[in-house]
Design a protein around this ligand. Structure first.
Ligand SMILES: Cc1cc2nc3c(=O)[nH]c(=O)nc-3n(C[C@H](O)[C@H](O)[C@H](O)COP(=O)(O)O)c2cc1C
Length: 199
């Protein structure tokens, strides 16, 4: 399978990117990743360890390739390099704005621009609350351009027991939106209301 591009920006939710990358590689799917400078800062803050530590762990896996955010000569900067699609997770409002306006000023944003122009699947997981009208206008623009806008919203109806349950669900939804079969496992599927079956 062609690689999935994972762009990690400086929105909150670094754990979502970690879960998605781990799951892709567990499924034997190659990953091309890039992380913005703010993304690295947020990662360190939220994960309690530098992003470089995750990079060195993933780096042992031949399925994983990391490209520096300034490496505009990387293959994912060109439409001629085939990919399965791209996840931007978490996606900051700055990166939402940039992608919505074609501002390809770093490798993550350029790769998203390329994914759009090549009409491949682009899934973004925008994290902010509340949204301003500007955020919403940018998100609408992206949705109208064919982007799947998948906010990191918990499925309360699945009765998650921990933040990890919520994060695993959101990562699974994002991978499923990429069209990867079997990524939304049974535990994340609504089985119907319990009280319906009681006498
Ligand atoms: C701990 C932390 C959490 C942040 N969370 C968010 C967030 O959830 N959403 C957002 O849009 N920006 C958030 N930011 C601000 C962005 O990181 C900042 O706007 C940055 O310029 C985004 O750049 P990038 O899109 O290139 O990663 C956060 C920053 C920090 C330090």
């Amino acid at each position: 399978m062609d690689p999935v591009v994972v762009g990690i920006s400086g929105g909150s939710g670094a754990v979502l990117a970690k879960l998605a990358i781990d799951e892709l590689m567990a499924r034997n799917i190659p990953v091309w990743a890039t992380c913005s400078s703010a993304g690295r800062q947020v990662w360190h803050h939220e994960m309690g360890e530098p992003f470089s530590r995750a990079l060195s762990e993933w780096g042992d896996n031949p399925l994983f390739t990391y490209y520096n955010i300034n490496d505009i000569g990387a293959p994912l900067a060109s439409g001629s390099a085939p990919t399965t699609g791209m996840l931007v997770m978490p996606c900051s409002m700055a990166t939402v704005a940039a992608i919505a306006h074609g501002l390809a000023d770093n490798l993550l944003r350029r790769a998203a621009d390329v994914t759009l122009k090549e009409r491949r699947r682009l899934i973004i997981v925008p994290r902010e609350t509340p949204f301003s009208s500007i955020h919403l206008e940018n998100l609408l623009k992206l949705s109208q351009a064919g982007v799947v806008v998948l906010p990191p919203a918990p499925a309360f109806y699945l009765r998650p027991k921990s933040v990890e349950d919520i994060a695993r669900y959101i990562a699974a939804k994002a991978l499923s939106a990429l069209g990867l079969p079997g990524t939304l496992s049974q535990e994340f599927r609504y089985q119907g209301r319990e009280e319906r079956s009681s006498p």
